[in-house]
Design a protein around this ligand. Structure first.
Ligand SMILES: [Zn+2]
Length: 290
């Protein structure tokens, strides 16, 4: 029964008990379903929040890892640049050594490796660049080993050539055609004459092996040293010979005492340099050593 305002009629209608039961059951079921759904939704939401929080944490970790790795990459790039700079300074050192011993500067083309000096911007730690740097270092090592043998050979040559005066005195006669001190006319003088008192120590002008030590017509008591490289030096008119054939001598070793033996007009050392058997102006070699 429904009772509206006082002016209107009372409405009445019947509802059966089974209908009420059904309505109650349906309503209860709906409420239960809604409650279960809400609980489930709540749990799912909570779970999703956990997952999101974990992902956020992971992202933070990865971000910090990336920053760390970026730093490491920057360090590696810097190291690669340092290595490149070191290679450049090795190049400079190599050139310095070459200049010091009078070797020609290195050839620009050396196999497949690019010899261009890399700009700093091109240097990174990446595999290609690292491989190239390693290859450069290998090449450099090879070059330095080559240089060492060349320097050793060069030093041997420089130690060997007769480049210092055997005695210090007045040069009384130079190399070449001169007026003969013994007869009328001119003659070829194959060396230089250095005037010194009898008994002055005569020194080897360079490293070598004595190939002659004895009397030779004209030269008197003479010592001949073979310096290798086709070069020989001759020391004439000695009063005394202090070395034997086959003896190795160093530059500056005393090989004789000066004198006035053989075809000589006064006490002096006749100093001669022969290249492949032919006398050359000793001044060319002495100028190198003095
Ligand atoms: Zn002479």
């Amino acid at each position: 029964m429904i009772i509206p305002d006082s002016n209107q009629q009372i409405k009445s209608f019947k509802i059966s008990i089974p209908l009420i039961k059904t309505v109650v059951i349906v309503a209860f079921s709906i409420i239960m379903a809604a409650t279960i759904s809400l609980v489930y939704f709540g749990k799912t939401t909570a779970y999703l929040y956990t997952v999101i929080a974990e992902k956020d944490k992971k992202i933070a970790q990865l971000t910090s890892l990336k920053e760390e790795q970026d730093k490491k990459i920057a360090t590696l790039d810097k190291n690669a640049q340092l290595v490149n700079e070191k290679i450049k300074s090795l190049d400079e050192l190599e050139e310095k050594v070459r200049r010091m011993v009078g070797l020609s500067t290195s050839t620009p083309s050396r196999g497949n490796v690019s010899r261009d000096i890399r700009g700093e911007s091109n240097i990174s730690y990446d595999n290609e660049t690292t491989a190239e740097l390693i290859s450069e270092i290998d090449q450099k090592t090879q070059n330095l080993q080559d240089l060492i043998s060349k320097v050793a050979a060069r030093l041997d040559y420089l130690n060997s050539i007769p480049s210092v005066y055997p005695v210090y005195g007045t040069t009384t006669s130079s190399f070449g055609t001169r007026k003969s001190p013994f007869r009328y006319g001119s003659e070829f003088h194959p060396g230089i004459d250095i005037s010194v008192p009898v008994g002055t120590p005569v020194k080897a002008a360079g490293k070598g092996v004595v190939t002659y030590a004895g009397w030779l017509s004209g030269y008197g008591n003479v010592v001949i040293i073979d310096h290798g490289y086709g070069i020989q030096s001759v020391y004439g008119h000695n009063s005394q010979i202090l070395v034997k054939v086959g003896q190795s001598v160093k530059r500056g070793d005393i090989i004789a005492k000066s004198g006035n033996t053989g075809r000589s007009t006064g006490p002096h050392v006749h100093f001669e340099i022969r290249v492949n058997g032919n006398p050359v102006d000793p001044m060319k070699y002495l100028a190198k050593g003095n």
